[in-house]
Design a binder for this molecule. Sequence first.
Ligand code: FES
Length: 674
Amino acid sequence: MSGSKVKVVFTPSGLRGSFERGTPLLDAARSLGVDIDSVCGGRGLCGRCQILCTEGRFEKHQLVSDASHLSPFSETEERYCTRKKPLEKGRRLSCHTLLEGDVVIDVPPASQVHHQVVRKDAEHRDIELDPVVHLYYVEVDEATMLEPRGDMERLLAAMERDWQLAGLQMDSYLLPGLQTVLREGKWAVTVAVHRGDTIIALWPGFHEQALGLAVDIGSTTVAAHLCDLTSGEVLSTASAMNPQIRFGEDLMSRVSYVMLHPEGAAEMTVAIRQTINQLATQATAELELAPQDVLELTVVANPIMHHLFLGMSPLELGVAPFALALDSAFETRATALDLNLHHGARAYVLPCIAGHVGADTAGVILSEQPQLSDQMSLLVDVGTNAEIVLGNSQRLLACSSPTGPAFEGAQISCGQRAAVGAIERVQINAQTLEPRFKVIGCDLWSDHADFASRTKTSGITGICGSGIIDVVAQMFLVGIVSAEGVIDGGLAEKCSCIISGGRTWSYRLYKGDADIVITQNDLRQIQLAKAALYAGIKLLMDKMDITSVDRIRLAGAFGSHIDVKQAMVLGLIPDCDLEHVSSAGNAAGTGARIALLNLSSRQDIEALVTRIEKIETAVEDSFQAYFVAAMALPHSNDDFPKLFKQVSRPDSRATSTELAGGSRRRRRRSRGTC
Ligand code: FES
């Protein structure tokens, strides 16, 4: 039988071929172009080349079972199992398994260099792994009297010989330690190659850990996801408040701080870099590792956070024309940003789109990929500014709209950030007009018998963004608030929750040591915020020449927690089938993770941002008119037919105000029926 050919089929690729009996499986796979990983170059050290054997032989193109078709378990495999961990049943190291008969070989996802990293959300495509940093184990020719070449040249020659990587560059910081590393490893080293062209790290002997950190710098919080660059797995996550809050609660107040204190920008740069270092320490400590194990960092941030992180003044972003110092993607050594990661680690910052539409929005686009669909998608990331992206495979538009901090609880009398004790859900009884609510940290409604005891420790401390949306939408639906946003004091006789505040009225949600109320001024703040967002959306729809969108995705922490139906009742987002409105989760952070794990995604987003049409709301004449029309609940002119198929229109309920009647009249006028 020696010398006769055997057939092999690799799944899931379906690649197949015939090989001499005795051919190593890894060699057969490589020659067919099967995507199969290796760090150790077939030395039985890394375990990355594992395959699953499906026994068989072909007869009349059918696979039938056969007894022996692969070589017996080798000593190297035994050693691997003892030294590392036993191989799962049926698994073999393809580098030490020889073909002995016809066989079908399955390459499990973890053994594929370009495998899919599964995302839990059904709306999302999985991330294809395309590592930015790859590890290679290599045995370098020992220096001899007869071979006078330098150690670096011999290392580069070994990389070309064993891994076909010609013309590699090497970071100069590695040179002083190169000879020590080679000798310490007895001329065997592991090399980390960045973007396929530069050696950024060296370890004596075999090293198999390649870590990356994806960071999302928000103006309130900073989150870091530690990922395994070879598996794509998120190993741990750490987050912290953005320490720049002490310089200003929102973005513009931080810019103002820099205007008043020229040294403020540098202070904020130091603060955010220190926080990222702390998060890297925290995230790696969970795995008993160190930040110096991190080889790659990606960052998304809004333009002001982006500039401060990179050490650039945000002053120009505070005044028209909101000029960015840098809008393209930026890559540098992590040490240049004072980050205590591996000395050779690189930091990649995603591109900004415009003066108020930053790398965080680029991250959202990378995560959501609206450009791949013919459906018209609206992506909204609500923060102090709302970033809005509208488009499909044909065209993409983006703008930012100044919503202010009302949705984060600021400027609202009893508003607060989302934290334990904050009211996050509200329902109002249409008959009694009495509220019930839920607070963060307790899953019971406030009218449950155990609610008081369960919230005794946290207390009822205020109302956060999702609660504010709920309460205003509910007040509107039950007729407490008119379409103009005026609380109907005439209902005070009917319900004790409607209380006088002098010349205006308030709605009391909770009576305690400190009452939690929604005042007339709170309503005004919410109207201003939601009108700014809606006007920005309308402006983009106008530019796109459309009157409706196919789907709406709400990104960010706020978008994750709000009830989309209530948000639509409020007129925060345009009319759309509710089943096509959903949360995109932390899409900006996911974008940072995609850029970390997939090199080609960086080229994609860099090319895509140049195609995005940036709309500057501040200079658009129609913005003001859209803003005024959007002050009403849900809107002066737009009817929201899809929403009101599922929700009773408030004007079908009896209210005591003429204002509500006024709103009905105006809506009829706008429809041309009167
Ligand atoms: Fe490393 Fe097979 S290639 S164990």
